[in-house]
Design a protein around this ligand. Structure first.
Ligand code: S3P
Length: 170
């Protein structure tokens, strides 16, 4: 591993269903460093769930909280950091991410639907997981690519294999 930069050892980005949280947890165990997840940071900060923030205050408010949470975590955290799937929508966040080692966990639609559909608490996917996930992936792919230091296509890999691949890369 060749890290000299301050901040997280590695930051994971990618759409819902890419496996960011699972892989981040495994990576942090393998590396013996801490794990942080900005969705969790936001929930701690506001005292409710991400889902409730969307329902009660709307997506724009969530994005403001997210931008702040990501900036804070990039500044403070020295372990593995997983971002919410939409964090890259913020240009300010993308600029910050370009100073860090970022792994884009890429996933095709079929595998993404299978994984994201299992977890029913994703407000942006409610009602039509496949259609919404496709639109979201099409829109965000260039944004993930813009910030990615490395990309791992996860479709045919399980979490252990993705973790191994990430460890080879970083
Ligand atoms: C979102 C993804 C979620 C969470 C919020 C919005 C998105 O995180 O931040 O529901 O816009 O893609 P995961 O990517 O961990 O599901």
């Amino acid at each position: 591993m060749t890290t000299t930069r301050p901040g997280p050892v590695v930051v994971l980005v990618g759409p819902p269903g890419a496996g960011k949280s699972t892989v981040a947890r495994r990576l942090s165990e393998r590396l013996g460093v801490g794990f942080r997840d900005t969705d969790h940071d936001i929930e701690q900060h506001v005292g409710t769930s991400v889902q409730d923030v969307f329902v009660d205050h709307g997506e724009a408010h969530f994005r403001t909280l997210e931008e702040q949470a990501v900036a804070r975590a990039l500044d403070e955290h020295e372990g593995v950091l997983a971002l919410g799937g939409g964090a890259v929508l913020s240009e300010a966040t993308r600029e910050l991410l370009k100073r860090h080692r970022v792994v884009f966990l890429d996933v095709g639609l079929a595998a993404g639907v299978k994984r994201a559909g299992v977890n029913g608490n994703r407000p942006l996917l409610l009602g039509n997981v496949r259609g919404r996930l496709k639109a979201l992936m099409d829109h965000r792919r260039p944004l993930y690519e813009e910030v990615a230091t490395y990309t791992i296509v996860t479709d045919t890999l399980d979490a252990a294999a993705v973790t191994d691949r990430a460890l080879q890369l970083i």
